[in-house]
Design a protein around this ligand. Structure first.
Ligand code: GP9
Ligand code: MN
Length: 634
């Protein structure tokens, strides 16, 4: 025993510092967390601290020294297990643990086998802090007794812990605005909140949705189903099965808005290839098509495409409800003999895609690991769209046909940066650098689609495929209204902003021969029913909120995720009803009937997601699986 008497909370301090530093070392050595600047490094360094202060600090409430020490060891063991569990998981899955992954039965086999294979004796390092604490307890002689100011000290301690937490959250908010509401990416969460806070956040998000799920039963589906059936229409007979048996290629055109199509910027064409498609005999181009995404951006658009359900009003459904039962387009195509996949040169955990794609029964995810990014082939968020298009087609040559392959482009993403050699047109000259660069990256995206078409032809895949392309969401937010109004040469009102939510939608059917520009008002919710009809797959028993855009019965009514809506005659935005012809406010009465409908529609869709109601539905016979006496409307 050392002679010297150490200050009263020495062991607590040693425990906190040991676990803190160990966690940081593990971040740096056992995960590949990308750090782009000094601030990010600093956040990474301090992020374990707040949680450690809180949980180790509980020891201050223990009376006996022995109980206190035992508690400190216990916390060290538990945090070490959490950290080590993630390390072992990461070795195989290059991802951090999230609750649904533990509950997805498919993963169990993998998990067990991988866990066994990934344990080495050197892993004892991950428990170093436990050892340090044990040694400290044994050899350090702590001053005993409490002084009168003890409870004040305890309060001060927790004020400090809170301050550290808010400091951390503040830095995270600066570095990644809206991180907590939108989640984005597990790596980003761990990087900004820390491993331990991340798990708490994950538990919160998952238990919230689990609680809603537990409270739901099949009866709620009856109402939603009635609504869907009441609005159901006959899909177009003329287009039915026109692409049956062909490969289906769906391309997400990152951040591309319709205002870029068939327009110029300072005399330069922005999207020459896509423009040519709007006049092509094999293409139907929808010019009045709107995105309906919320906070989940690209992932929301994927959700709309696959399920014809609305994304959520809060958070990204890819994160919050990845454990749900879905009846995705991929699943249906899979049941019809298609191999299904998504190609996207980004980390697989972004938008929780790796987990969500499994839930939606997508066979394979070609993530960043499936692409070879050569020198100069990456910019901004990652791989450039041109090499991405080329390698995606290479992948297609190896796929089992017929396939459904979904390509997510990336270069035309905020902040719209580009290497000099890829700038095919000049910048714009407004006060917004974002808008100025947007034209250049859109031009580059256009070029990559041209390359995609060329490569498909070269590889003999073109004739037997159908290529559908859609813009996922706006690229230019309302923060750039001033610059936008310079470009449009008109004031950007609420009406204009709503109209700017138009995104391009192309249906390209090689050999079709009757292409045209379609002015039908529609939205992303309609993509699934439209595509499925082209593929000759019956969706009459599916629960979808959209309908076939080619059908004469299609209703021209698009609800945005935030409650704004558009019909063929009116636009409802900022609680004002606008006449589409004059762009001016008109009588509220013209919008009134739709306001209620928009709300109802969003509500029913949301109740299906929150209650995970599709788990009670059998899409084969269109009936509830749990309440046998209730017959669902067909
Ligand atoms: C990230 C890509 C872009 O993988 O989908 O996401 P966004 O920010 O557009 O939703
Ligand atoms: Mn996007």
């Amino acid at each position: 025993m050392l002679k010297k008497e150490w200050p009263i909370h020495s062991i607590l301090a040693i425990a906190i510092i040991a676990t803190w530093l160990k966690t940081y070392i593990v971040y740096k050595t056992s995960f590949s967390i990308t750090v782009d600047n000094v601030l990010q490094e600093f956040i990474l360094f301090i992020n374990p601290l707040s949680m450690l202060l809180f949980i180790y600090g509980i020891s201050l409430f223990f009376r006996s020294e022995k109980a206190k020490n035992r508690y400190l060891v216990l916390v060290a063991v538990i945090t070490s297990i959490v950290l080590y569990g993630n390390v072992a998981f990461y070795r195989f899955f290059s991802d951090f643990i999230t609750l649904p992954v533990l509950f997805q039965t498919d993963n169990f086999g993998d998990l067990g086998a991988s866990a066994a294979a990934s344990v080495f004796w050197t892993d004892l390092f991950y428990f170093t802090d436990v050892l340090i604490i044990l040694i400290a307890i044994k050899f350090i002689n702590v001053k005993s007794g409490k002084d009168a100011s003890f409870s004040v000290q305890r309060k001060a301690y927790y004020v400090l812990a809170l301050a550290v937490l808010f400091f951390n959250l503040g830095l995270a908010e600066t570095e990644r605005p809206q991180l907590l509401t939108r989640s984005f990416d597990r790596e980003m969460l761990v990087k900004n909140l820390g491993m331990y806070n991340y798990h708490l956040y994950d538990i919160y998000v998952q238990s919230k949705s689990q609680a809603q799920r537990a409270l739901a039963d099949g009866s709620e589906l009856v109402e939603a189903n009635n609504y869907v059936r009441a609005n159901q229409i006959e899909p177009s007979k003329e287009m039915e099965g026109i692409a049956e048996g062909r490969n289906l290629i769906v391309v997400t055109l990152e951040s591309l808005q319709s205002f870029a199509i068939n327009s110029e910027m300072n005399g330069q064409t922005i999207t020459p290839f896509l423009n040519s498609l709007t006049e092509d005999e094999d293409t139907i181009y929808f010019e009045n098509f709107y995105h309906q995404t919320g906070l989940g951006k690209t992932s929301d658009s994927e959700f709309l495409l696959e399920n014809s359900l609305y994304p959520l009003s809060g958070g990204a459904v890819f994160f919050t409800h990845s454990g749900n039962t879905f009846n995705s387009m991929a699943e249906s195509l899979g049941n019809n003999g298609y191999s299904t996949n998504v190609q996207h040169a980004n980390t697989k955990s972004f938008w929780n895609r790796d987990i969500m794609y499994e839930s939606m029964n997508i066979d394979k995810f070609y993530d960043i690991e499936s692409f070879e990014i050569g020198e100069g082939e990456a910019v901004n968020w990652g791989m450039k769209d041109i090499p991405f298009a080329e390698q995606s087609v290479e992948h297609m040559t190896e796929m089992q046909q017929p396939f459904y392959s979904r390509l997510l482009t990336l270069t035309n993403h905020h902040p719209f940066t580009l290497d000099e050699e890829d700038k095919l047109i000049d910048e714009y000259d407004s006060n917004s650098g974002t808008l100025n660069r947007y034209f250049q990256t859109s031009r580059y995206l256009d070029e990559s689609i041209k390359v995609l078409f060329e490569d498909l032809k070269e590889q003999g895949l073109y004739e037997n495929s159908i290529i559908v392309m859609y813009g996922d969401h706006y690229g230019i937010s309302e923060n750039h209204n001033e610059a936008m109004s310079q470009y449009l040469d008109e004031e950007v009102t609420d009406f204009t902003s709503a109209e700017l939510q138009k995104v391009p939608f192309f249906v390209h059917i090689p050999g079709y021969g009757e292409g045209y520009v379609d002015d039908e008002v529609g939205g992303q919710i309609d993509m699934r029913p439209t595509i499925m009809n082209l593929m000759g797959i019956d969706t009459s028993k599916d629960i979808q909120f959209g309908s076939d855009l080619f059908s004469e019965e299609h209703e021209e009514f698009v609800v945005f995720r935030d409650g704004r809506f558009v019909t063929d005659e009116v636009v409802y935005a900022g609680n004002v009803c606008y006449d589409k012809d004059t762009s001016e406010p008109t009588e509220q009465d013209l919008c009134a009937p739709y306001i209620e409908q928009a709300f109802t529609e969003l509500e029913y869709s949301e109740s299906i997601i929150n209650g995970d109601l599709l788990r009670f539905y059998d899409e084969e016979d269109g009936q509830l699986t749990t309440i046998p006496d209730v017959e669902l409307k067909q």
